[in-house]
Design a binder for this molecule. Structure first.
Ligand SMILES: Cc1cc2nc3c(=O)[nH]c(=O)nc-3n(C[C@H](O)[C@H](O)[C@H](O)COP(=O)(O)OP(=O)(O)OC[C@H]3O[C@@H](n4cnc5c(N)ncnc54)[C@H](O)[C@@H]3O)c2cc1C
Length: 553
């Protein structure tokens, strides 16, 4: 099921996009330069549509659009993501009404933006970023301070007009006020009407990083800031800024807490990556499933036709795991979006969005790999897109917070909740299902025991060393909790629940469940039902029309 199936916005988006089938439905070129050109044109067309507005930062519409763009071209979705969700999100959530004027130009498609956090020297450890913003009079001077401070991997930077740069802020007395974001022009014309559109703003240098393993429809670049001057008003000052006297003021006294709040305000990005991972995995699943339902290999005794490859239990088990995992990940994301709409950027939203981003991207990498293998040689053909999806989704494990780093924040939250006794006697409303027996209870008991043990092991004196010694358990427990969290979400489909719990419990799906899948034609029904919404997206992929497509010669 697509994440937002039936959503009014999705209907609107699909109607708009279906007017340009040549732009959106054609196979994505393998050549990275062509790929970028097409993706740029696609994004321009999307922004022309006025399908999104500033108020959509408060609801799910940007997610609905992001999901659908992922089915068409993941590079397009990520391009929209850095432009609107990250750059626009920083202006919306960290800026003031003046910054919102730039945001308006962005959603109107008049300017393009990018989001500059990572540096050559540091990606995960943001506290050690080198870029500095120093207040001098009514200006901020932004400087990379050496090669390690050059911003790196910045998506969309070679074409962007502005960026939001994350840097250490120093006031006039050279007092460090912690990490902040500053709006910086990259092109001169946005402040100087005499400049042409390609001239860079003084002090800015940008270099394209070239082709990548995947996501080649979007450019990534280095940005160096050499004493770049911007007005003090360009500081995104929601959590701290300068008063009229030029003194730094903030309601949040602790610098780290302040920066933590700024990062939480960017949870939308993590939710988008969780959704993108789901969408990419789902598309690969549909492509592989369509093929597996048609392709036949080996004749069995007393049968007329060769066996459909889906009926081999080695294939079927993987499809069952993929289907049930995606089913639950979808529930988890929709639940998270509702939580986000209700609580905004709460600690829980930060933790659950981190955990779901990690789980769904790790699953998507596993799922796309399985789908490629389950289609044999045809899965390897560029036009069949599974290879493209595999490569594109690989980086979802790393950007928006490296998975192994992000999951630690989720487990940290879990341990804090545990210390408040919130997870003792965890709810048990999903008890007895015929095939499952007491599996949920077993999963839950195993989890509670391991979490308790971990909390005990971490309770000694040298906290940093203890954390390091237990890192693998910390990561595993974060993942186990995510699976449990998903299992607890309301789901009336007992067969799927049984499959998923069996998988979570011991990485297997029992034969009796697989027999039921075949008997109930569960996977055929998936295609019948999903095709209505996905027909445009998968129709032009050769493998989905097997064997008709290949017998054309
Ligand atoms: C295609 C692409 C697009 C990107 N777009 C942008 C963008 O638009 N804007 C932007 O600011 N950035 C962007 N990035 C950068 C991205 O966010 C970083 O690459 C990411 O945060 C990881 O940082 P790093 O590369 O420095 O990896 P590192 O932090 O050096 O990690 C390397 C390895 O060390 C491990 N590791 C590091 N610290 C720990 C720890 N504490 N515990 C356990 N393991 C650890 C990691 O798990 C990883 O396996 C992009 C990156 C790519 C590849």
């Amino acid at each position: 099921m697509v994440l937002f199936e039936g959503h009014q916005k999705l209907v609107e988006i699909k109607k708009y996009i279906s007017q340009y089938p040549e732009l959106f439905y054609q196979p994505i070129p393998q050549n990275w330069k062509e790929n970028r050109d097409i993706t740029d044109k696609q994004l321009e067309k999307i922004l022309e549509s006025k399908l999104i507005s500033i108020k959509d930062f408060e609801n799910e519409n940007i997610f609905v659009l992001g999901e659908y763009l992922h089915y068409l071209n993941p590079s397009l979705a990520i391009k929209m993501g850095v432009d609107i969700v990250l750059f626009g999100g920083a202006l919306n959530f960290l800026g003031n009404s003046e910054h919102k004027k730039v945001l308006q130009e962005l959603v109107d498609g008049k300017i393009k933006g990018c989001f500059s956090m990572t540096e050559i020297g540091h990606g995960s450890n943001l506290k050690h970023l080198m870029t500095k913003a120093k207040k001098v009079g009514d200006k901020l001077i932004i400087d990379s301070q050496g090669p390690e401070g050059v911003k790196c991997w910045i998506g969309g930077s070679t074409i962007a007009d502005y960026t939001t740069v994350f840097c250490h802020l120093y006031d006039e007395k050279d007092v460090h006020q912690g990490l902040h974001a500053v709006l910086v022009p990259l092109k001169d014309y946005v402040v100087n009407s005499n400049s042409d559109k390609n001239t860079l703003y003084p002090g800015i240098s940008i270099q394209d990083m070239g082709p990548k393993l995947g996501l080649n429809g979007i450019d990534n670049g280095y940005i160096k800031f050499n004493k770049v001057e911007v007005p003090v008003g360009n500081l995104l000052n929601r959590y701290g800024g300068f008063n009229e006297k030029g003194d730094y003021i903030s309601n949040i006294k602790n610098k780290d807490v302040r920066f933590g709040l700024m990062l939480s305000a960017l949870s939308m990005g993590r939710i988008s990556i969780a959704m993108g991972s789901y969408s990419i995995a789902y598309k690969a699943f549909i492509i592989a499933l369509k093929y597996n339902l048609q392709r036949r290999q080996f004749l069995f005794k007393n049968t007329k036709d060769e066996k459909r490859i889906i009926e081999y239990y080695s294939q079927l088990q993987k499809f069952a795991i993929i289907y049930s995992s995606l089913y639950y990940i979808r529930l988890g994301i929709l639940d998270l979006v509702e939580l986000y709409k209700k609580e905004g950027f709460s600690k829980k939203v930060h933790a659950i969005s981190s955990l779901l981003k990690v789980y769904s991207s790790w699953m998507a990498v596993k799922i796309t790999g399985w789908c490629r293998e389950m289609c044999g040689g045809h899965g390897y053909l560029w036009d069949n897109q599974i290879g493209l999806l595999m490569n594109d989704v690989n980086i979802y494990q790393t950007f928006e917070g490296d998975n192994s780093v992000l999951i630690q924040q989720g487990t940290k939250w879990l341990l804090d909740e545990f210390s408040k006794n919130k997870f003792v006697g965890i709810m048990r409303y999903l008890k007895s299902y015929t095939l499952l027996g007491n599996k949920i209870e077993k999963i839950e008991n195993r989890f509670n025991m391991e979490l308790g043990e971990l909390a005990f092991r971490l309770s000694g004196k040298n906290k940093e060393q203890l954390w390091l010694n237990n890192l693998n358990s910390i990561i595993r427990i974060g993942l186990d909790y995510t699976k449990l969290h998903l299992i607890y979400l309301t789901n009336d489909n007992k067969l799927i629940m049984n499959i998923y719990c069996s998988y979570v419990y011991n990485n297997e799906v029992p034969n009796e469940l697989m027999n039921l899948i075949l008997k109930q034609k569960l996977l055929e029904n998936v295609i019948d039902k999903w095709d209505k919404t996905m027909i445009e997206v998968t129709e032009y992929i050769p493998i989905t029309k097997y064997p008709q497509y290949y017998s054309k010669l």
